[in-house]
Every structure is written in structure tokens, then in C-alpha cells.
Write a protein that binds this ligand. Structure first.
Ligand code: SF4
Length: 285
């Protein structure tokens, strides 16, 4: 009979719990209309639940928010221009940006004031965290997708800082940073992968010593969920990322004795439990 091992830790991180608590508190505190600027967290189940429970609408730009309303800034942060627009429009700002993302903004701000060039390694230049951090100084910060690292040319390495998105794969990042250090010994490297991301990935790295299949429960838009899958695949283990139990394919499990499962930092525990239940039904039938 096959075994299913649940990674520990998995699921909600400190930053996501904080953003959800802030949304609840904002609903209690204000009678005005409240808007999320973009998905508060990258998980549609959580966003749908918050919208229906708290009667908070999600919009994509400050232009869509009426004057006098309250705006909640997403967990992934936003560029300074967004805050300026909100202030100019007289909105009340509730900042649900994760403090660990804000640390990256502070790092950019500090080194920009010294006129240093900054490379921001990310998994997508259109991810909200990337847009927010680059927005701190678009003239000095260049976003670079980590898989494109070998094409990167840095003419002035002694004047360059390399930073990372908080949710990158730790294994892929180590390889990328080793490559850069080797090519540009004078470069300064300041990785910002957060503890929650590393801990969840380390749990997968431990499990794949004995498991031959990994299932990640999370949204395809969730950077940290995708990185969990990347970590499994980079050590040669087959893995799938699914949003919910309806996406499970029973054929995946044939021939696997030990299976690992984890969930991204914005995946509700109830969704993971449904997936666990369905997999157990498949592997124990
Ligand atoms: S994954 Fe890390 S950076 Fe992102 S919200 Fe969670 S704690 Fe913050």
C-alpha cells in the first residue's frame, strides 16, 4: 500500500496570515467602501472567500476606486507611485504588504541613494513583488528572470548589488548566485528569499529523499507554490501543481510507493485537506 507524507511546514505563512487579519480588521474598523488593489494573496479561494465574507471588492488600479474609500495594498507590495496615487485621491491606505517584501524595498532605497545599480532576480518581471520593488527606482533596478542569468552582462560589477525575489527556488538561486560570483567576483549579493519559503522548500528536499512523486497544492499564479514544484523537479522528482482536488489525475500515482504533498504559502488548509483525502482514496483503493 502506498504512503502519503504531508510536508511540514506547509501552507499559510506569516505574511499571508497578517494580510488576511488586516483585511478582517479593516472591515471592522471602517464603514466606508473597501477595495483590494489586485489579489490580496495569490489564491483565488482566499480572495473569493474574503470578497464574499467581508464585502471587499478587488480592483486592478487606483483609478477604479472612488474618492473617500479605503484601499488595501496586497501582500506582495506595490511601487511608491501607487501609494502616491492613492494619497492624491484621498484614499485611506491599509498596507498589507508583507514586512519581508518591504525589507527589499528598503534595501533598494538604501542602495539607490548611493547610486548603485541593482539586479533583481525574479521568476517573472510581471509578478507583483517585482513590479513593486523595481518601482522603488526603475532607473537603477533591472529585473532579471532567474532562468536568463547566463545571458546577463554586468559592465560595472563593483557598483552592482544582486537581490532576489522572496519566493524563488533556493536551489535554483544558489546555482544562479554561484554562477554570478564566479563570473563577477566583485559583485555584492544580498539574497532576500524569506524564511517561510526556505522552510517549505527544505521540507520538500527532505521528503524527496524517500518519495518519488510530489504534489503541490497552490495557485499557478503563486510564485512560492511554483518554486516548491521547481525544487522537487530540480532533484529529479516528478511533481504536479494543482489548485484543488478536482485537478487530481488518478494515473499520476501508479507505481509510486511514497508520495509527498505540500501547499503554497497562500493555500488554505481546507483545500489541502480535500486533496489529501482524495489522494488517500486513490492510493488505498
Ligand atoms: S512567502 Fe515570505 S515574503 Fe511572501 S508573504 Fe509569506 S513570509 Fe512574506
Amino acid at each position: 500500500m502506498a504512503n502519503l507524507f504531508i510536508a511540514s511546514p506547509h501552507g499559510f505563512c506569516f505574511g499571508i496570515n497578517r494580510a488576511i487579519d488586516l483585511a478582517r480588521e479593516t472591515r471592522e474598523k471602517y464603514s466606508e467602501d473597501i477595495y483590494f488593489l489586485g489579489e490580496l494573496v495569490h489564491n483565488q479561494h482566499v480572495v473569493d472567500w474574503l470578497e464574499s465574507e467581508l464585502k471587499i471588492r478587488t480592483v486592478q488600479s487606483i483609478d477604479q476606486i472612488p474618492r473617500g474609500s479605503v484601499v488595501i495594498i496586497r501582500a506582495h507590495g506595490a511601487p511608491p507611485q501607487t501609494y502616491n496615487q492613492a494619497v492624491a485621491k484621498g484614499l485611506t491606505i491599509v498596507d498589507a504588504s508583507c514586512p519581508l517584501v518591504l525589507k527589499s524595498h528598503q534595501t533598494v532605497s538604501k542602495f539607490s541613494s548611493q547610486n548603485k545599480k541593482i539586479i533583481f532576480l525574479c521568476n517573472s518581471i510581471t509578478h507583483d513583488e517585482t513590479i513593486g520593488v523595481v518601482g522603488e527606482n526603475p532607473y537603477l533596478v533591472t529585473p532579471v528572470v532567474i532562468s536568463d542569468i547566463s545571458t546577463l552582462d554586468i559592465p560595472d560589477p563593483q557598483n552592482c548589488i544582486v537581490m532576489t525575489q522572496t519566493t524563488l527556488s533556493t536551489l535554483e538561486t544558489k546555482d544562479a548566485l554561484d554562477f554570478l560570483k564566479n563570473k563577477y567576483p566583485q559583485i555584492t549579493i544580498m539574497p532576500h528569499i524569506c524564511q517561510a519559503t526556505s522552510d517549505r522548500q527544505n521540507a520538500i528536499i527532505e521528503l524527496v529523499k524517500t518519495c518519488t512523486l510530489v504534489i503541490i497544492v497552490g495557485s499557478s499564479t503563486s510564485a512560492n507554490s511554483n518554486s516548491l514544484q521547481k525544487v522537487a523537479e530540480s532533484v529529479g522528482v516528478k511533481s504536479f501543481i494543482i489548485d484543488n482536488a478536482s485537478e487530481i489525475n488518478y494515473k499520476w500515482f501508479a507505481g509510486h510507493q511514497n508520495i509527498a504533498i505540500s501547499s503554497g504559502a497562500s493555500t488554505p488548509e481546507s483545500i489541502l485537506e480535500e486533496v489529501v483525502q482524495k489522494i488517500n482514496e486513490i492510493i488505498h483503493q
